[in-house]
Design a protein. Structure first.
Length: 214
């Protein structure tokens, strides 16, 4: 039986802030997770596209180091294209709820917003579908902003486009309406698809850090 050549499009921070954080399990093999939810007799994972941004280390200096190790590990296992957006800071005034000494006071906080990743994912999904680079695709995200891209790839271009939701208990209705099929990441999907503790690439050994993320 001919298996469908399948590309996997991963919204990295959506995954990290969803199932990875919920289940405290982040050193994961993205292709492995896709294989665990797609029937092997029907789908062949031929490429993984990860869309993420380089994390800021001002609050936690170890976070960018861990992220760098994880990205190296994903490249080392192969067939993973990494597309980087960026985190853009902005300031906003809010009412403090903690600590008690300043509760109710107006304070200024700095927020980090990801720019470029979701747009790049949407554009690449439609572009690769238009050029016939895959038979099917799996989008790992619960971001309703991706609805239109999935809708075009599925209904206008005729491809089978599924979604894998990284947020158990919270499903985007927008994505549900346009997806060929839907799955939700379970804790067991993550635990069965951890990367090896030590890998090797052209720069040397890659050791699993205490924490990881995209």
């Amino acid at each position: 039986m001919h298996r469908l050549s399948t590309h996997v499009f991963v919204d990295g921070l959506n995954l990290m802030h969803g199932a990875c954080r919920r289940y405290a399990c982040q050193w994961i093999d993205l292709a492995g997770i896709a294989r665990s939810v797609l029937p092997e007799r029907l789908f062949e994972i031929t490429c993984v596209h990860l869309y993420t941004s380089l994390l800021d280390g001002r609050v936690d200096p170890g976070l960018p180091i861990a992220q760098h190790a994880h990205l190296r590990a994903l490249r080392a296992v192969g067939r993973c294209d990494i597309h980087l957006g960026k985190l853009v800071p902005s300031r906003r005034r809010c009412i403090a709820t903690w600590p008690p000494q300043i509760e109710g006071s107006a304070v200024e906080v700095e927020l980090m917003s990801e720019k470029g990743s979701d747009v790049s994912l949407a554009v690449d999904l439609v572009d690769l579908a238009h050029r016939g680079k895959f038979d099917a695709a799996l989008v790992v995200s619960n971001d309703s902003d991706l609805r239109r891209a999935i809708e075009v790839a599925r209904f206008d271009l005729g491809y089978r486009i599924g979604t894998l939701n990284p947020h158990p208990g919270r499903q985007s209705r927008e994505l549900a309406r346009v997806s060929s099929f839907q799955r939700t990441i379970r804790r067991s999907d993550l635990l069965r698809n951890l990367l090896p503790d030590v890998l090797l690439d052209t720069d040397g050994l890659i050791h699993r850090p205490r924490r990881a993320g995209w």
